[in-house]
Design a protein around this ligand. Sequence first.
Ligand code: ADP
Ligand code: MG
Length: 903
Amino acid sequence: MAEHALTSSPIQVTTLLVELLEHASLLPEAVRAIIERYGGTLVSPPEQARPLLTAQFGWPVPRVDDSRRAIRAALAIQAEGAALNPYRIQMPFRLALHTEELSLVPGEAPPSVTPAISTLIPLAATAPAGSIVITHDTYQQVATLFETTLLGQSDIPLYAVQSERPRASRVIRGVAGMETPMIDRETELATLQQTFQDAATSEQLRALLLIADAGVGKSRLLAEFNHWVEERPESVRFFKGRASSQIVQQPYALIRDLFAFRFDIRESDREIMARAKLEQGFRKFMGAEGTENAHFLGHLLGFDFSESPYLRGILRDTRQIRDRAFHYAKRFFEAITVGRRSAVQLMRTSGGQGDRPLVVIFLEDIHWADDGSLDLIEHLVQSCEASPILLVALSRPSLWQRRPEWGQNFPENQVLRLPLAPLPVTESQAMVRAVLRRLDKIPLPLEELIIQHSEGNPFHIEEIVKMLIEEGVIVTEREPWRVDLEQLSLIRVPTTLIGILQTRLDALPEAEYTLLQQAAVIGRVFWERALEHLSHEEQAAQTSIRQRLQQLQQREFIIERQGSAFGDTREFIFKYALFHDVTYNSVLPAQRQHYHAKVAKWLIEQGGERLDSWAGLIGEHFEQAGETALAATWYGQAGKYAQESYAPDAAIRHYQKALRFLPEGEEHTTRRLTLYEGLGDMLYRQVQYAEAAVAYRAMGEAAELAGDTLAKVRAWYSLSTIQRSLIEPEEAQRSAEQAIARAQAALELPDRAPYAERLRVELAHSLLVKGWALWSLGNAAEALRLGKEALALSSAENAQEVMANCLDFLGQIHMVGEQYSEAHSLMEQALKLFRRLDNRRMVCMMLCNMGVNDRFQGDYASSVEHIQKGLLLAQEIGERDIQLGVRQNLGSAKAGLGEYAAA
Ligand SMILES: Nc1ncnc2c1ncn2[C@@H]1O[C@H](COP(=O)(O)OP(=O)(O)O)[C@@H](O)[C@H]1O
Ligand SMILES: [Mg+2]
């Protein structure tokens, strides 16, 4: 490995291309000086008609901030140009940047024409004079550091850089616009830092769960830690995600947030763009293999990859998609920590800073995370233990009320649970003094009042102070502040935090209060444009809304979020969930309904191609608006979406709600049957057989009412499958017969022609299901006959999935009947079909069954070969259940081969 790394190792290079326009008043010398100042290396560009300068950042010594310095150099050139050209008539240059990985022999320069230069020359030509254009690859390196805008709507994302973000542009926390200095928490911060270093030096995963109630200071501690990490010399790849109460119903929302952050995917991005960003992101770290992996994970996260060649054949097997997506997510995180391993060698030899890049994942407020996301996090922690990853998750203890098991199986020595306690009294005093440092002297009764009511909760301290300011106890008009002692003696601090917040709300000017109430109906996270939509009757609404939002921000009720789910509107969040609750509860019920309906409609207008992922939220708004019929529609959508992304819990919840709100009446029968069908399937997958049986019975009834023969057949054979799982083979047989009878009766009718094909396929399926039931009852001969009939019928229709299942069934019957060579050939055919359908789970099973058959036949060598292939595939797609079963069989086969030691 090491030798290889020395001959050629990929390093990351950011190339800056400067094109000087004819009337250039900006001298090439000035540009060169700037580039050198920022540590770039000038390289001679290829001959071009236009005068060009190119510089590379990233060699001879790679540094962590290469791309950042490249952009700073570009900004400096821009500033220089602007100074020479004060009237900004036409800027005399164009600037473009691209970041790429190059394989370099140490000590040698990159080739003078790299792919970047060929990309940049035409790109610069189209850029507006004076601007700085960067490609998506560069953007990904610097997105959090610079203000940028997305250019145009082309399928290749390009961005213009405006300015560097000031470090302090982060949310200001504190009171009256003054940041409260960090009080205490040194031990906890040190623990976080130590954990970071452990992960970096051991190159193994570390997870830290920071647990505390609201307002104790989890986010603040994480923010401080984040500062610290940003200044570290290690190369760090950040992933940040946050759950919110609004999206707890949205399957995989938290993980989606994580990847959206990393690859800058917005809800308002067109589907094609969102998919491209995800895929590019994966390929960057994983190479060609990244495509398939991105498609699976993306599909799970709700980016519609149903047209993907990797998924097309198995779309109905949502379980397989989920399992493989989980596995690929793991592979992605592994790849991202080894991707530049060889570059590290180079950095070490050239004396630069560097280590295997550490992936740092921050997850905030996971007590609101959806179940799917929690499962995936669990999977990652358990399966990536050997990769340098630091995961910090913030949660309230309530998470474990909902999911008592969550995190119990994390590898003991790699996971740390860090409870954060309220501040001790002396630290609370220190905090009060810090918050009130503009007072010359803090009267003792004031300090006591605050300490007594805040119980060491920093959030309470801040809120009480704000209330005291708004109530005129602390007068902040002039510095130094002063205390109105008379007011102080009169004030009654509400005994609960809710009371304090209510007092603060009541002190708001009418217009701000109304706006805040409207925002609360939208949710804890809300959007400026949605507010405009809610109050469109007002004149000049836009400007006044902007001003009011500004004021609410100053009063620290709300925070503007960086990046917005919808690209063209600013996104805000109630600073605290409790604020949101209190405000929401203050809205009059009738008003509330009215607003909810409007929000639902606004969301529908915004959702675009990815409306489905918002369907659950839209359903909720309609439910709150009292529009139950619409709620039913949207919950139905949400259920379907959750089903497709294999989030069975969410799907079940949504389907149940949809059914609850679906109006009575025959015209809704078809929808009712669809909902029951989805519900039945999801309950079945969750091993809730009894409930699933109820759902399929209800589906059957609805199908009878609707006169939908295909659905009747499906309902009965699905019920049969469930009854077999419930070990009720007689019932299973009867249900299968019901399915068969209905299909046959319908096929005999003369006017069934348009459905005949599909009916025959469903009939084949029903026959197969009956075959399984009879086999369970011990009637192998009849089972065999049915299996053959089903195979003939499905083959005539070329229904490959049913065919493959029939072949599998027949193979197993033959094997148990000791007809090994027939069994072999049947299984082989099944295998071929499952391969064609790209159903790897079944391919795996087939290989395994074939191995067992070989062993019965005494062909141990072939048995080992088949099973090993199956095992390899099972590992490749992350199929744990199969792996377990297969391993046992492999043991028996090897024992047969005489390799007792290996067994
Ligand atoms: N140790 C601390 N020193 C000073 N201010 C703090 C401290 N911890 C929290 N705060 C402030 O208290 C408020 C609530 O803290 P936050 O981290 O948001 O709580 P949580 O995330 O646990 O709900 C914030 O305004 C924060 O800046
Ligand atoms: Mg928080």
